[in-house]
Design a protein around this ligand. Structure first.
Ligand SMILES: [Zn+2]
Length: 69
């Protein structure tokens, strides 16, 4: 699948390790959500894509709901 940003097919897959923080000062005490996805990186423009696994996705959704209420 070509890059969504520059349409290059020069992409590689890597093992990623990403800590997702909830933004803003009010969320400073919330724990970081760690995900270890496969990351597809466009070697021409640097666009990176990954999917958050379901368990971590639930944590993100829960955290968002908590900060909204
Ligand atoms: Zn690209």
């Amino acid at each position: 699948m070509p890059c969504k940003s520059c349409r290059s097919v020069n992409q590689s897959k890597f093992s990623g390790e990403i800590g997702i923080h909830f933004p803003g000062l009010k969320n400073i005490d919330k724990p970081v959500v760690w995900v270890f996805p496969e990351v597809a990186v466009c070697l021409d423009c640097g666009t990176a894509e990954f999917a958050v696994p379901e368990a971590e996705l639930r944590l993100l959704a829960k955290g968002d709901a908590a900060s909204a209420g």
